[in-house]
Write a protein that binds this ligand. Structure first.
Ligand code: NIG
Ligand code: FE
Length: 425
């Protein structure tokens, strides 16, 4: 058996009992930790942990990491990204600086359709290499699990091409990857006068084919004014559910049109964005939460930052005891960053989440938002040893506080370093 022992950690952060799969909002300020502690990794899993005063076993056959002055945390889980894309879109970034809105740029043929044009022309191999490079960077920044959406293909062939690339990434890289079919991301030009035709294609051809090939875990729809209506989203979610794909949907980014209520009818796993929320939206989620059936509200603060739009109402959601999750939304149009450490700082600085709340939101709750909280998201015996070891820092709050700097020393995925810092000899 391969054994790795981490000793003298300033604290093990996010130590949770087995079987706990999410942190309800009102408990998110609690982040159970053990100070001056050790953690034993056995065959890539967390084997045991405890305070140094209780470390009695001989360590001769163990490789030892001395984590003095450092925190050990569960690695970040990023449950909403568009990591597979062909090219950046910084020309739109400049238009936005000059005052144009995201919607105006899209109306001129920019936006998602711009990305679809470039992606359709790019080979699967090139898409794979580009996405792999992004994921290598994200792992070095502490991300140990990621959800990746299609949605820049917008045709049978190109959506399948994207999801096959995601499948290759899943096989080639050590981090956990979940795949989401987002064919209903924008109406492709070929169908601009035939919305129903495109929906028929998604429901009658794409979803069954994706199911046959086992290419996706979830289905997504950009439910938004000028994109897809609530009825259209319901059609896609219904077809997805019939093929075992649970919903993870883009709702309430720019307008509130009833997407949350509709997603709940189909037991969506998560509702993402939520920058524009009415009292009715919050009440609907709260009622479902009381019955233990609410989708996980997933906030994307770096998207708000980049587009200068409101931040999702983290405090209101937590006050209603909902298990808020955080994600990057990495994509070329609204969030060209896959850095969860920046999300942590923004969630605290702009979203007024406490450091403990934000860390819960990007570990256990974000694992739950991709159906992985049985294997990731906390320091729990039996879970994957996918961990962050920080540099020597004065306190846990220093992580979000000293924004923009890199506080990570080492990242382990299933017990193996994907980034080796000072503690790994
Ligand atoms: O999550 N809002 C829809 N989808 C992406 C943006 C896609 C794009 O602009 O390329 C988002 O923000
Ligand atoms: Fe998104």
């Amino acid at each position: 058996m391969e054994r790795l022992l981490i000793t003298n950690a300033k604290a093990l952060v996010g130590v949770r009992p087995q079987g706990m799969c999410e942190v309800p909002g009102r408990s998110m300020a609690e982040l159970p930790s053990i100070t001056d502690a050790w953690l034993l990794i056995e065959d890539g899993r967390i084997g045991a942990l405890g305070p140094m005063s209780e470390l009695h076993s001989g360590t001769r056959d163990h490789q030892v990491i001395d984590a003095s002055g450092r925190y050990v945390l569960p690695g970040w889980c990023d449950p909403h990204t568009h990591t597979v894309h062909a090219a950046s879109r910084e020309e739109e970034f400049v238009y936005k600086i000059k005052g144009m809105s995201y919607q105006e740029i899209a109306a001129r043929g920019g936006g998602i359709l711009n990305s679809a044009n470039t992606l359709r022309r790019m080979s699967a191999d090139e898409l794979f290499e580009k996405a792999k490079a992004r994921l290598d960077r994200m792992m070095a920044q502490g991300t140990v699990a990621v959800e990746i959406k299609s949605g820049y293909g917008l045709s049978l062939e190109s959506e399948l091409k994207m999801l096959r690339v995601v499948k290759r990434l899943k096989e080639a890289l050590p981090l956990r990857v979940k795949a989401t079919l987002l064919a209903a991301h924008a109406l492709p030009v070929e169908f601009k006068d035939d919305r129903k035709g495109y929906l028929d294609l998604i429901v009658n051809e794409l979803i069954p084919q994706v199911h046959r090939e086992g290419l996706a875990d979830h289905v997504d729809v950009f439910c938004e004014t000028n994109y897809f209506t609530v009825d259209e989203m319901e059609r896609v979610l219904e077809a997805g559910a019939a093929h075992g794909l649970s919903g993870k949907v883009h709702v309430n980014q720019f307008t509130s049109i009833g997407g949350i209520q509709a997603a709940m009818k189909y037991n969506a796993l998560s509702v993402d964005h939520l920058e524009v929320m009415t009292e009715e939206d919050l009440d609907a989620l709260t009622r479902a939460g009381t019955r233990g059936r609410a989708p996980i509200p997933t906030l994307l603060p770096s998207c708000s930052f980049f587009l200068r739009i409101p931040y999702g109402p983290a405090r209101q959601l937590m006050d209603r005891d909902l298990p808020v999750a955080l994600a990057t939304d990495l994509n070329p149009g609204t969030t060209p960053s896959g850095n969860m450490n920046f999300v942590l700082s923004l969630a605290c600085i702009q979203g007024r989440m406490l450091p403990e709340e934000a860390i819960n939101a990007m570990t256990l709750n974000s694992a739950a938002a991709m159906d992985l909280s049985n294997e990731l998201g906390s320091l729990t015996v039996g879970k994957r040893a996918s961990l962050i070891i920080t540099k020597e820092i004065p306190s846990l709050a220093y992580l979000p506080y000293a924004f923009g700097d890199d506080h990570i020393d080492t990242v382990l995925i299933d017990g193996t370093p994907v980034r080796s810092g000072a503690v790994v000899g």
